[in-house]
Design a protein around this ligand. Structure first.
Ligand code: ZN
Ligand code: CU
Length: 488
């Protein structure tokens, strides 16, 4: 007699959306240890736990392509803003800001202060950072970019000029150390004051090091407004000169005068993709969020304060109202609130839909987890795409949406055996109700878990169930050398 097959968990009778983009089909999924061991009719098999998921979608765990969760991995290892959305892997270190390598205590220059706490937790080397994640894992997996702004603030004496030769060498050695430790690439935030003076050549000099180790180049463009097209061209040039795959972060056209520009940037990207590797990500909102910057206030129809060190009570308030209350101009109010963060209503809904509809766009929340009153994208991005833009607006199929959240980012970031449900893949899985999934977080109440996410599993262990974290921390630090897919 055959021994009965036995699994740790069987997810029974769900609609399987495997991440490839192909149509859903009903199947049982058997999980053993950290991987998917069988897919099909497992009604004769036994399991420690058999979970009836009929009528629900079983999908690969979502990969958040753009996050600032570097320190959240330690500050909230349950990763509630992400696990509650079905996210099982986060890409950290974006916009040129990474937690490592950095050793100075106290509040670093904006925008580094978006992720650095005032606590003395500092990682002077990238390997020290990744080792700490190994020792204190979180609920989700993470893959890591090294940030140009972080190394620039550390090594460049005068940030208002291009880096000098020895400073470039020092920054290159940090990038080399990070790549050796397992970073998946370099990120820049050329829009931000600490990086603005960097020339294209300076960025090329650093990206070369990342590319030589197999890494990619992810960028918050120099200008997402009037010079959007020039900025896209600069990023593409950096990719061409270094042979690095390019990831254009949170693609948008910012400022009312620039609305509609994505209709020009997207064809430019589409054309470049014929001859070089280019990817992009988007979050599904018409407002952006970062540190409080007066130049961003000028091109926004409304500004909400997300945190303020001198005036904590301002978090959640409208800048214009505060300015009236204090009988000051909005710009004077901005200096009074500093250091601070803000949400800027600066995009057009048509543009947002245009970018979400681009054939190979990844979904990245760009959530800022340590803000007092954060942008709702932190808790709402993935369910908002699935519930609002897919179910309600009907931009594309659910299978296609899942592909953009799973196998697509896994292939862009080189995450081996993730982003798909097939035998042998890691059991990163999210189970949701396609009829009810929707974001709950909004600009008034930005930290509400989404509806319709039933259970989430990382590496075969449940991290979110019955509307709350399970307390398990099965996440891993995903290092490039372990991840790169065999080139064939
Ligand atoms: Zn950014
Ligand atoms: Cu960002």
């Amino acid at each position: 007699m055959l021994t009965r097959e036995h699994f740790d968990v069987i997810l029974a009778g769900g609609d399987l959306i495997d991440g490839s983009g192909s149509s859903r089909f009903v199947a049982d999924v058997g999980i053993l240890g950290d991987h998917v061991a069988a897919i099909g009719d497992l009604s004769d098999a036994s399991a420690d736990e058999r979970l009836d998921v009929s009528g629900k979608v079983v999908a690969p765990g979502f990969i958040d392509a753009h996050t600032h969760d570097d320190r959240l991995l330690f500050a909230d290892p349950a990763m509630k803003p992400k696990s509650s959305q079905g996210v099982t892997t986060v890409i950290v270190g974006n916009c040129g800001v990474s937690l490592a390598p950095f050793s100075a205590p106290g509040r670093p220059k904006p925008p580094l202060d978006l992720i650095f706490g005032l606590d003395p937790v500092r990682f002077p080397t990238f390997s020290g950072f990744l080792d700490a994640v190994d020792r204190q894992p979180a609920a989700t997996n993470a893959a890591f970019l090294i940030g140009h702004q972080t190394v620039r603030v550390r090594e460049v004496v005068d940030l208002n000029r291009p880096a000098e030769y020895d400073e470039i060498l020092a920054m290159r050695s940090h990038v080399a150390e990070a790549m050796e430790a397992g970073a998946i690439g370099l990120s820049t935030g050329l829009f931000y004051p600490p990086a603005r003076a960097a020339t294209t050549d300076e960025v090329v000099a650093l990206t070369e090091v990342a590319a030589a180790a197999g890494g990619l180049y992810a960028t918050h463009l120099r200008d997402e407004g009037a010079k959007l097209l020039d900025s896209v061209k600069e990023a593409l040039e950096i990719g061409r000169r270094t042979n690095a795959p390019v990831v254009l972060s949170h693609h948008k056209a910012s400022g009312v005068a620039n609305h509609g520009k994505v209709k020009e940037s997207l064809p430019l990207i589409r054309e470049a993709r014929k001859s070089q590797k280019v990817a992009l990500d988007v979050y599904p909102y018409i407002a952006s969020s970062t540190v409080l910057l007066s130049e961003r206030v000028a091109d926004s129809s409304k500004v909400l304060i997300t945190w303020s060190e001198p005036m904590p009570e301002a978090a959640g308030r409208d800048l214009a109202e505060l300015a009236m209350e204090y009988q000051q101009s909005p710009i004077a109010m901005v200096s009074r609130l500093q250091p601070a963060g803000a949400i800027y209503f600066s995009m057009a809904e048509d543009d947002v839909r245009e970018v979400i509809s681009f054939e190979d766009v990844m979904i990245g929340s760009d959530g800022i987890p340590h803000d007092e009153k954060p942008h709702p994208r932190l808790w709402g991005t993935f369910p908002r795409i699935l519930g609002y833009y897919v179910r309600e607006v009907g931009l594309f199929s659910l299978e296609e949406a899942v592909r953009r959240m799973t196998s697509l980012p896994a292939s862009v970031f080189g995450l081996k055996d993730r982003g798909c449900i097939r035998e042998g893949a890691y059991a990163d899985i999210t189970i949701f109700n396609p009829e009810t999934i929707i974001d709950s977080a909004n600009f008034d109440s930005p930290t509400q878990p989404a509806e319709g996410i039933l259970a989430v599993m990382t590496n075969g262990t449940f991290i979110w169930r019955n509307g709350k974290p399970t307390g398990a921390r099965p996440g891993r630090a995903l290092r490039l050398r372990d991840q790169v897919m065999p080139k064939n």
